[in-house]
Write a protein that binds this ligand. Structure first.
Ligand SMILES: Cc1ncc(COP(=O)(O)O)c(C=O)c1O
Length: 322
């Protein structure tokens, strides 16, 4: 076995470079107190509990034409996740905003995806969070992949997952313990559908692996599963606010959270998956049954268009990084 020391570490690191890493634009690390732009130098210490225990909080959001969409919504949820799982915030929201804006700017791409992480910190290889001296903060800026509907205009196929939903604070915080979500994504890929959604012990639909699910029922109500058992998706909350505008225009009858069973989705007028990486995605098939005639529904398309207008035109939700 070779022993790698400080004198040859950088040469060895260079040999690990992979083509796909050219999609990684910049990384901030509070450990280094700085930004690295070379992907092979984007590292997290292995004794940070985020690595060996999944003991961390994260967020994911997009930057369009140099402006981050709804940064405040994401950082407020990050703060709420930290509160739920009793993390010390390493920085104030204002400081995090500055670090994120600078990392995006240094990444040099006006269209990108940003993922900040708060970790429990370094201190041991055990499970005890009190071993950690202080929380760390990392920000990774990467290429943004096109939205689902741009890649699959015919809409999404959705099935039920065999994995149970997370519960309570573990569902309501966006924490790095994503093994259930990973297995749900694998299940979707293995079974040839785009998304699977979990169902609680008492028979109610919860959410997808990294997305919320909603429906428009036969009475024209836009409904999402009750918020207590799912992550409060920033896209879902925005879609609900935009849905209120459609109530005002007489397109929808109302917008609400509700207890929803799989059969409610099977007989819905429209079904949609919503999330940062997919915006409002129309579902054309739920559990092998066609939804809205097997085509993307008109109202979900309308909501998606409204969200795009928001992303590109709503200055109140835009944070300029350039
Ligand atoms: C479990 C889960 N549910 C829902 C969402 C959707 O949240 P958002 O719309 O803020 O991306 C995510 C996002 O990553 C998620 O991980």
């Amino acid at each position: 076995m070779r022993i790698i020391g400080k004198d040859n570490f950088l040469d060895e690191l260079e040999k690990t470079r992979k083509d796909f890493q050219s999609d990684y634009y910049a990384m901030y690390s509070s450990v280094l107190d700085g930004i690295v732009k070379d992907p092979v130098c984007m590292m997290v210490p292995i004794d940070d509990h985020i690595v060996h225990r999944g003991d961390g909080i994260f967020e994911a959001f997009n930057c369009f034409e140099g402006k981050i969409f709804n940064l405040e919504g994401h950082l407020k949820r990050m703060e709420a996740s930290c509160r739920l799982l009793e993390y010390d915030m390493p920085f104030s929201i204002a400081e995090m905003t500055d670090i994120i804006k600078t990392t995006v700017f240094e990444g040099g791409h006006k269209d990108c995806t940003v993922r900040p992480y708060v970790s429990r910190g370094q201190g041991s290889f055990g499970v005890n969070p009190y071993d950690c001296k202080k929380s760390n903060f990392y920000v990774v800026v990467t290429k943004r992949i096109p939205f689902f509907m741009d890649r699959h205009p015919a809409g999404a196929l959705v099935a039920l997952s065999k994995f149970p939903p997370k519960k309570d604070i573990f569902a309501r915080s966006k924490n790095c313990n994503y093994i259930v979500n990973v297995m749900m994504k694998k299940e979707a890929v293995d079974s040839g559908v785009d998304f699977v959604v979990s169902v609680s012990e008492d028979g109610y639909v919860a959410e997808g692996s990294t997305e919320n699910i909603g429906l428009i029922n036969q009475d024209n109500w836009l409904l999402f599963p009750e918020i207590d058992g799912v992550l409060a998706g920033t896209t879902m909350l925005r879609a609900m606010a935009l849905g209120q505008e459609l109530v005002g225009r007489g397109v929808l009858s109302g917008v609400a959270f509700a207890k929803l069973e799989p059969k409610d989705f099977e007989c819905a007028k429209e079904v949609m998956m919503v999330g940062t990486t997919l915006n409002v995605t129309s579902v054309c098939s739920f559990c092998d049954k066609g939804v809205s005639g097997g085509k993307p529904g008109a109202i979900s398309k309308m909501l998606n268009d409204m969200l795009f207008d928001d992303i590109y035109g709503n200055d109140e939700l835009a944070t300029n990084c350039f």
